[in-house]
Design a protein around this ligand. Structure first.
Ligand SMILES: Nc1nc2c(ncn2[C@@H]2O[C@H](COP(=O)(O)OP(=O)(O)OP(=O)(O)O)[C@@H](O)[C@H]2O)c(=O)[nH]1
Ligand SMILES: [Mg+2]
Length: 199
């Protein structure tokens, strides 16, 4: 059954597992540093301007936001890491929230891990990828903001990012832009594949 993207809405926000949706819809979580473009990725895939709240102010998303898509799958927008102006206590709370979700959630099919295509992955990016590999969670690396990188440099940036992350061939790598929509079809193809929704 094709997915009707018009039937997408925020379902709930949660900080701990008692608040998660209690059904068995497949979930795709979005991880990445603050301001990398997680919420923009969701909006681009759903062809909406502002369903997932985006902002030029980093650290805006503070909870796990569950987006229901046509009662067939969910995107889970995870608060970004690496935002400097966050207290130690808040960071610890954040870590606990993310870990609880990523390590226990049966609905989770894959994590879309976003990195900024213009730069080398940060220490946090590398740690996140290692964490996901450790827990054997399938990863889709999305190198975003590709509109800011000249096409002639795409291959080089991809190699640099893969090397720094220790990228494993079993995972998927997509060059993406919320502005140019590069990688949009590839992202959907992969998501439908890992959620078992492709026809
Ligand atoms: N040029 C360009 N800008 C982008 C792209 N994706 C996101 N942005 C911009 O980057 C900023 C942050 O985007 P968000 O989608 O809010 O980032 P986020 O990862 O959800 O941030 P937090 O919720 O704070 O963790 C916004 O100003 C977006 O317009 C992209 O593909 N290209
Ligand atoms: Mg966000």
């Amino acid at each position: 059954m094709p997915i009707n993207l018009h039937h997408a809405e925020i379902m709930l926000s949660a900080v701990s597992k008692t608040q998660y949706p209690q059904d068995d819809l497949p979930e795709i979580a979005l991880a990445g540093r603050s301001n990398v473009g997680k919420s923009s990725f969701i909006n681009t895939l759903l062809n909406r301007k502002n369903l997932a709240r985006t902002s030029s102010k980093p650290g805006k998303t503070q909870q796990l936001n569950f987006y229901n898509i046509d009662n067939q799958l969910r995107f889970v927008d995870v608060p970004g890491y690496g935002y400097a102006k966050v207290s130690k206590a808040e960071r610890a709370k954040w870590g606990k929230m993310i870990e609880e979700y990523l390590t226990n959630r049966e609905n989770l099919r894959a994590v879309v891990s976003l990195v900024d295509m213009r730069h080398e992955p940060t220490a946090d990016d590398i740690q996140m990828y290692a964490f996901l590999k450790y827990y054997e969670i399938p990863v889709i690396i999305v190198a975003t903001k590709a509109d800011k990188v000249p096409r002639g440099k795409w291959n080089k940036q991809e190699s640099i990012i893969k090397k720094k992350l220790g990228f494993e061939a079993e995972d998927h790598f997509i060059v993406f832009s919320s502005i140019s929509k590069a990688g949009l079809q590839e992202a959907w193809d992969k998501i439908l594949q890992v959620t078992g929704l492709e026809d």
